[in-house]
Ligand binder design. Structure first.
Ligand SMILES: [Zn+2]
Ligand SMILES: [Zn+2]
Length: 224
């Protein structure tokens, strides 16, 4: 196969760069958010590679050289904290304060939601930490069916709700994915913040412009 674009598309059909379509000459034509999205993806995926490398080194150092344990233990602790919702128990725990099981009107239960990959975010909303899908559990009948609509989610793709069935590689893949999404989400928050600020500055500029506009003098004889 000669065309590198074709190769990219066939080997990695889910890559966001591929999903954008074959690029034409004018990169500037891409919307701001798309560019930011791609940049964030790049940044988070390089983090993903680092983490896998950290863990490999950690595993080695645990066996061979306790001297290297500390910095890597630290990065592993950071990793563990960011991937807390990997386990069913932690996701279930997040629903505790919401007391949704006491609200008999809801079809959803915290156990079903946690088992379908969701943790509690706020009010009647729950989020999947693997794909960031957010659902209003007051509105849906079947949280797993709803989740399965997002075919890109690694938790959905793996289709093993029972953690004990995961191989170490699968657990690692899910944990790393969650870490990536965690970073990605905080990056998106920054972008939203930036866009808001930019809009505010723009509106402020418009106001100043209007204020500075030459006032029309109401007196007839005045030449201004
Ligand atoms: Zn790609
Ligand atoms: Zn998901």
């Amino acid at each position: 196969m000669d065309d590198p674009w074709q190769m990219h598309a066939e080997n990695s059909p889910n890559c966001e760069y591929v999903l954008l379509g074959k690029p034409d000459e004018d990169v500037n034509a891409l919307p701001f958010r798309t560019v930011v999205n791609l940049a964030l993806r790049c940044a988070t995926f390089s983090k993903y590679d680092n983490i896998l490398e950290d863990i490999r080194i950690l595993e080695e150092s645990e066996r061979e050289n306790a001297l290297y344990r500390d910095p890597y233990s630290r990065s592993l602790i950071e990793f563990r904290n960011a991937t807390k919702f990997l386990t069913y128990e932690h996701r279930l725990e997040s629903f505790e304060s919401a007391k949704i099981d006491q609200k008999k009107v809801l079809k959803a239960t915290s156990k079903k939601l946690a088992a379908s990959g969701f943790y509690f975010t706020s009010k009647t909303f729950a989020t999947c930490p693997f794909c960031l899908l957010s659902i209003d559990f007051q509105e849906i009948d079947d949280e797993w069916k709803e989740h399965q609509k997002n075919v890109e989610c690694d938790f959905v793709k793996l289709d093993k709700k029972e953690e004990s069935e995961w191989t170490p590689e699968e657990a690692m893949m899910l944990a790393s994915r969650m870490w990536v999404m965690h970073k990605y989400a905080s990056g998106l928050k920054l972008v939203a913040e930036f866009e808001k600020k930019e809009k505010e500055y723009y509106e402020f500029g418009e106001r100043v412009n209007r204020m500075m506009a030459k006032p029309k003098c109401s007196t007839r004889r005045c030449s201004i």
